[in-house]
Ligand binder design. Structure first.
Ligand code: ATP
Length: 432
């Protein structure tokens, strides 16, 4: 079998890492690259095998991958991962960690190749139909996508499994069969073993036609992406918050299209129609002071004033109190909040007295006078004036001397914390 698709998609002087499971598809892909490299010695190819540790055979698969690569004189790395299937099914969890490991191992300028084929694409489309997906889901797998700084290509997407098998026979390739592929309790295997053969027997071009439908859906989605990109950029601020009032004047279709793109850009999964309706009804239309919060897996959607926020699920740090013993050393904050450190080149806050201990807490109540402002205010009012959303108020490090609030780094200094002489410091909060 000749594979024009490979040479059409790849560069003869490119730098490629093949995700090599040792199964039929990736064995054919790797073999083609090895042959192609003989004609184009500048082509750089290596193999990456992910060891999931899920099957008792995982070690022997890794050994097989290494053996084949040694035979073909291709560098091969085995990447060991741990699959945690608590949040999603085992297949989805394995896929997530697999791609994380593969992309993390890529070198600058290297592109990732995976070997999904036409029948995989057809199965993906049928699975998307089963879930009731919209055009983005029905678009199935793109032949090419950008992932961070790297390209991910699927050069065999238009090649059928039967073609791959003939190629493997012709070149006497050996490959491994994952025993779990026979288990029809998995939806994909059920389609592969029991449904697709029936469809193919009746309509031999079914997979190719389904893949064409997927590509057409992908094209529509891309067009919408392009048409909506400018408007989405105008509505989104640098932190990713979405200014939503204009969405309420739009048709439902346009509002949903913008919300979907905003959510996926923030790292969320594609929301259902029902979820989008709830966002409109329960979050955008609710009373301003209602503090709505919708949970989506590991994320929450919140509203503050006229903006929507898509945030990782975060805990309140109200109960935390840390003692800052040595000002010359940065103080590490809990829950990935970074550090606070002292800057003695700026004289903003007074230094603590002998009997005052510096501590950092994450809550404040009561009435305060701030430096540089006339009159005092309730803490709640101060946060409102500063435009700090309620959920952030319990995650901002506050500097206290004993029981008295002195400052919120970068936001304010209280009258008690202000310095009246030339000695002093300021607290800097670094959130990396
Ligand atoms: N253990 C592995 N090590 C390296 N690459 C792998 C491994 N498993 C799968 N791959 C790569 O991913 C491709 C798709 O494999 P498979 O069809 O089993 O994945 P999947 O779980 O259905 O998910 P997806 O198709 O979305 O990646 C393979 O052709 C191969 O390139």
């Amino acid at each position: 079998m000749s594979l024009p698709s490979l040479t059409a998609q790849l560069q003869p002087d490119g730098c490629y890492a093949v995700a090599f499971s040792g199964g039929l598809d990736s064995t054919v892909l790797l073999h083609q690259l090895v042959c192609w490299q003989q004609q184009h010695p500048q082509l750089r190819v290596r193999a990456l095998h992910v060891h999931h540790g899920l099957s008792p055979n995982a070690d022997s698969w890794a050994e097989h991958a290494l053996r084949i690569c040694q035979q073909w004189q291709i560098p091969c790395a085995v990447l060991r991962v741990q699959v945690d299937s608590r949040d999603s099914g085992i297949e989805a969890a394995a896929r997530t960690v697999r791609y994380q490991a593969l992309f993390a191992d890529l070198q600058p300028g290297e592109q990732l190749l995976t070997a999904q084929h036409l029948d995989d694409q057809c199965e993906t489309l049928l699975l998307a139909l089963k879930r009731g997906s919209g055009p983005a889901g029905l678009a199935s797998m793109p032949a090419q996508r950008q992932y961070g700084a790297h390209q991910h290509l699927r050069p065999l997407l238009s090649v059928s499994r039967q073609q791959l098998e003939s190629y493997a026979m012709q070149h006497q390739l050996s490959w491994i069969e994952d025993e779990s592929n026979a288990d029809v309790r998995y939806d994909r295997n059920f389609l592969r073993q029991q449904i697709l053969p029936l469809l193919q027997a009746r309509w031999p071009h079914f997979s190719a036609a389904a893949a064409r439908s997927a590509a057409l859906c992908g094209e529509q989605e891309q067009l919408l992406d392009e048409l909506l990109a400018e408007q989405l950029a105008q509505l989104t601020d640098q932190q990713g918050a979405l200014h939503f009032p204009p969405l309420l004047a739009m048709s439902e279709a346009r509002r949903h299209a913008l919300l979907r793109r905003w959510i996926t850009r923030q790292g969320g999964a594609m929301p259902s129609r029902e979820a989008l309706r709830r966002i409109t009804d329960e979050v955008m239309h609710c009373r301003e002071d209602a503090q709505p919060c919708l949970r989506f897996g590991a994320f929450v959607l919140r509203r503050y004033r006229e903006q929507l926020f898509w945030l990782p699920h975060q805990t309140s740090l109200r109960q935390h109190a840390l003692v800052w013993h040595t000002l010359s050393q940065p103080l590490s904050l809990p829950d990935g909040l970074g550090t606070v450190q002292a800057d003695f080149t700026t004289c903003a806050m007074r230094l603590p007295a002998e009997d005052e201990q510096i501590n950092v807490r994450f809550q404040a109540h009561g009435y305060y006078h701030l430096q540089g402002r006339a009159g005092g205010r309730e803490m709640k009012k101060l946060w409102q004036e500063l435009g700090v959303p309620p959920w952030q108020r319990e995650r901002i490090p506050l500097i206290y001397y004993n029981q008295t609030l002195m400052a919120a780094p970068g936001l304010f200094i209280t009258r008690e914390g202000a310095t009246r002489d030339t000695a002093g410091w300021q607290a800097i909060w670094s959130q990396q």
